[in-house]
Design a protein around this ligand. Structure first.
Ligand SMILES: [Zn+2]
Length: 264
C-alpha cells in the first residue's frame, strides 16, 4: 500500500536509540486507526486506511519541520462487523481492538512518551477510540487525544443530501481517492443507496442523530454504498484533501502545544 507520510515523520524508520533520544515529554505520537472493509463495488477495501495515511501525509506539509510529531504504523484492522458478509471485510472484535490499543498505549508509556493521539478514519472505531483515549489517560497517565477524519473541515460543493446521509463509499471518499489513487477507483461500478431523504427526515436515523438504530450494512445498502458516488470529481477531491489536511495539521499542533491545567 502507498504511503504519503514523509519518511522522516514515520517513527518506525528510526532506530531505538534515535527514538530514545527524542524529547519524550514534548513529542506527540500519532496512532492511526482505520479499517479493511468493503467499500461498495467501486472502491478498494483499504479505503479508510488509504484516506488516513493520505490526510496525515498532507497534514505534515503544514507542520513545521522542527515540530516533534511522528506517526506510528497504523492499526489497519478495525471493528467492521457492520460490513461482515461482504467479501474482503476483515474485522476484529471490540475486545480485540481495545486490547491492541491498550497494549500499544502501554508500549508508548514504557518507551517514555507522554503524548499520544488516536487518529481515526473509520466510523466503527469511533466509540472504541474514545473509550481508549480516556482509559490510557487513566491507566498510564498518558496525555491522550482523539482526532477523526478531516477534523471538522468544511467541504464546499458537497450536497446537503450527501452531507447528511452519504457516509460510506460516498461522494467524499470517492472524490478523495479519484484525486489520490485513481487507478483504484472503478467509476463504471458506481451504485447508489440512501438510507433516508433529507426532504423527508425521519426521527430514527442510523448515525448523527439523537435517536438511532443499530445498523448492519446489509440492512440498508445492498451494494455496500451509503451515499451517491456519481458526482465525485478528482478536482473536488484535491480541494477536500487540502481542506482536511489543514484542519488535521492545526489540531495536531494544538495537541503538541497543549499543557495540563495548572502546569506552566
Ligand atoms: Zn470509508
Amino acid at each position: 500500500m502507498q504511503t504519503w507520510i514523509p519518511p522522516e515523520r514515520q517513527l518506525a524508520n528510526l532506530t531505538w536509540k534515535q527514538v530514545d533520544a527524542l524529547d519524550k515529554q514534548k513529542t506527540l505520537l500519532i496512532l492511526p486507526t482505520a479499517a479493511i472493509e468493503q467499500h461498495g463495488h467501486h472502491l478498494p477495501i483499504a479505503t479508510d486506511t488509504l484516506i488516513n495515511n493520505l490526510l496525515l501525509g498532507h497534514a505534515f506539509r503544514h507542520i513545521p519541520a522542527a515540530a516533534p510529531i511522528y506517526a506510528m504504523p497504523a492499526v489497519c484492522y478495525g471493528k467492521s462487523n457492520e460490513h461482515i458478509g461482504f467479501a474482503g471485510t476483515m474485522s476484529v472484535s471490540a475486545a480485540t481492538f481495545m486490547a491492541v490499543l491498550r497494549d500499544l498505549g502501554a508500549s508508548v508509556h514504557a518507551s517514555g512518551f507522554h503524548k499520544l493521539v488516536l487518529y481515526n478514519t473509520h466510523g466503527g472505531n469511533t466509540a472504541l477510540d474514545d473509550v481508549m483515549a480516556r482509559d490510557l489517560r487513566a491507566e498510564f497517565g498518558l496525555r491522550t487525544f482523539y482526532l477523526s477524519g478531516g477534523a471538522g473541515a468544511e467541504y464546499p460543493g458537497l450536497s446537503a443530501q450527501e452531507r447528511a446521509f452519504g457516509f460510506h463509499a460516498n461522494e467524499w471518499e470517492t472524490a478523495v481517492l479519484l484525486a489520490a489513487t485513481p487507478e483504484l477507483v472503478h467509476p463504471d461500478e458506481y451504485t447508489v443507496n440512501y438510507i433516508a431523504d433529507i426532504r423527508q427526515p425521519s426521527l430514527l436515523k442510523p448515525e448523527f442523530a439523537p435517536a438511532t438504530f443499530a445498523w448492519l450494512t446489509r440492512d440498508i445498502a445492498p451494494s455496500g454504498v451509503m451515499g451517491d458516488p456519481r458526482p465525485a470529481t478528482a478536482e473536488n477531491g484535491r480541494l477536500w484533501i487540502q481542506a482536511a489536511a489543514l484542519k488535521v495539521a492545526e489540531a495536531l499542533l494544538a495537541m503538541l502545544e497543549f499543557e495540563e491545567f495548572g502546569k506552566p
